[in-house]
Design a protein around this ligand. Sequence first.
Ligand code: EPU
Length: 419
Amino acid sequence: MHTHRFLVTGGKKLEGQIKVSGSKNAALPIIAASLLTDEPVTLTNVPDIADIATMEHILHFLGVETSVEGDTMKINPKAVANVEIEHELVSKLRASILFLGPLLARNKEVRLAFPGGCVIGKRPVDAHLMAFEELGAEVLEDGDILHIKCDKLVGAKFTMTEASVTATENAIMAAVLAKGDTVIRLAACEPHVQDLCNFLNSMGAKITGIGTHKLKIKGVKKLKGTKYRITSDYLEAGTLVIAAAITGGSVDILDVNPNHLDIFWQKLREVGVIFELGEDMVRVLPSPELKAIRLQTAVFPSFPTDLQAPFATLLTQAKGTSFIFETLFDGRLQYLYELQKMGLEPRIINPYQAEITGPTKLIGASVSSCDLRAGAAVVLAALAAEGETEISNVYYIDRGYERLDEKLNSIGASIKRIK
Ligand code: EPU
């Protein structure tokens, strides 16, 4: 974990062309799912971010060889050790929980230190464990260790306790090699869940219903190696769109799948942002005036929680009072306290709801990045602010955005990284 800071000089209009990287939240489960075969897997469009490096460390810890060249990662899962994944690795990355499904399917047993709390809210693992039990596994109490065992996994029909993204991904990864058929209802269907399913099908899995809340999986005996391109990151795309809009710039954002962001486009139109959608790109143009709206998050295809903080930052520049309702996480309005230091006067009603009245003249200040998406929000605010903003805890931003400073600088921003 590094202690880099960003020094952002605000008020620069962004202009030019920029390409979105591969999706973090697709790459994480796909790397874990590579352990479901013993043949080589080649992934392309893998983002160069800290969370992916941690996933790679865990693969090495399990005795799996990897190599990375540019955005290509080669994984050779010939042998996978049956060892406890230690707390030091798990505590760096909650998504390490994604190894449960593949290791249970592959080794019939998995032991992983209990993933700790998280800055963006309490996140129980019950939904994950319930799915494994439905598929015939036994969850054992073992102090701070999650210990799950099975003789074999058997297909089953069940409903998730909630449409949890990583729990659905774990259920899918455990079910693809189970004996017989599985039906998962209330499955999460975010674009990254869809990408995991497409990846598994490219290895020979039989998953249908992809993109819906009801997945059907026909268990197969074996999965083969594959070469697969990770889908582009719709959350990064949304963040870059807001960067262009909040600075009144003209930017072409490339490698965007417009279907991943339906409600986001609707909300942008409602706010009054001018943009044109192409087949795999979006052009953001200067907008004469922005209007306040109501923004409520929910599971896909509703408005993504991961874009709530970035979008609310745009709303600081909109005329009138916007209402923000974060329905998923109880810790995801923290960035409002940082924006307060820059001159915003939000009305924080409770951990889920707030009102923002704009347009607010943002002024550079010393702020912190409290989590990945809150970090993106303060960068966006800094781009629009008058003067210089110093952002600490940039580590969180580097966990999930590939070189955000360099990318934004390439279209006219002024962000200095202080090491
Ligand atoms: N939740 C609900 N209702 C639902 C589903 C979830 O209230 O129907 C609540 C949960 O109780 C929990 C929260 O929403 O408090 C998130 O739940 P989930 O289990 O879906 O989160 P996750 O699987 O741990 C993934 C992403 C997160 C993203 C969430 C929500 C990965 C590796 N992580 O986490 O990504 O915020 O889904 O979409 O895919 C990020 O990229 O910054 C990030 C944190």
